[in-house]
Design a protein around this ligand. Sequence first.
Ligand code: SF4
Ligand code: SF4
Length: 400
Amino acid sequence: MNRITQCMHGRGTVSGVMRHRHKPRSEVPGRYLAFSGMYRPVVFWNLTDRCNLLCTHCYSRSGPGCGTEGELSTGEALRLIDDLASMGVPLILFSGGEPLLRDDIWELARHARVRGIKIALSTNGTLITAEAAEEIRESGIEYVGISLDGATAETHDRFRGTPGAFARTTEAFARCRETGIRCGVRVTLTTENYGELEDIIDRAADLGASRFCLYWLVPSGRGSDAYGRLQVSGSQVTGALNLLYRRAKETDPLSMEFLTVDAPQDCIHLLASMERDGSPDLLEAGALVASLNGGCSAGTRVANIDPRGNVYPCQFARLQEFWIGNIRDRPFSSLWEDPENPVLRQFRKKPAAFLGRCGNCRHRELCGGGCRVRAYVAGGDFSAADPFCFIGDLEDDLML
Ligand code: SF4
Ligand code: SF4
């Protein structure tokens, strides 16, 4: 995760990180969580594959045709929460499919809160009625990330495969705001919505989003079927990063923060932009980025659990080759703390040796060689270069 706002406006963050580094993670304020102890991960838990929408880029191939077969039962889910609490997991992100389709979601959220785990929700927003917003608040869910893939109904509904989705999603922001729930926008940038990026940011600000989180497409699930058509080009990546940088500079950090996800190399663009600007926060930002120990958090600060209890290093790494184990065979805590697990060893080895241009790149210790899922899918090798890196072009432009 590339924390643009936190790096640009973050004076005092390094000292905060150091102050909270050795505290139990449940006591660490949210803004420092990403930088604290390595092996107590934030857990992205896909509660179900069921979904009321049918999005073009869905990494879990969710949709109305998916059933409940194999899903963890309520009892199994409650025991999993107990296990996560016992190992000090600070935050669970309920995702899907559409997590609000699980009847026991409020029970699970309350149980996690009682066990001292913070809960966030990742949703398409279409099911957030006034009653659901009230349940979100009462169950103690602290943050809701709502997907918005276009500034207009035409773009969003085409992407989400469902007419009317845009209207219901934008209403969800109003319901959350009225109920006092903090919410943010998640947008996956593709060739189809690239031209609307600035309008989507404006729309997010109008909707009262406190976060603007840009996801790059990863070849996973249906996202891999449409990857060639939808993945943005190098100049579009640079254009989008320049735009986010400018908007983050212009925006009060307390009203909305900007982030990008799934391209750890974005931090190189951010630091280069701050250097070009003569930013007084550059040194602090460099220290923050370096404290992440190699970019991507998969297998260290981030874990994924699918609806059937399978554990992976991150939600986009759901390939058989990256399967860590299943919580029905062995508790998550035991899987995660196994130093011999071959997948975790691979993801945790830092610095790692890379092939191709990542192998020769002077930034590899900061960005960790980009995204290993993209590298693996493109090069058939965990050590391959991340093909979605345009830092070389950027350096030519900036003459770094
Ligand atoms: S492996 Fe790729 S998709 Fe997964 S967390 Fe790392 S950068 Fe993101
Ligand atoms: S070429 Fe590889 S190591 Fe260099 S910045 Fe890009 S992803 Fe990172």
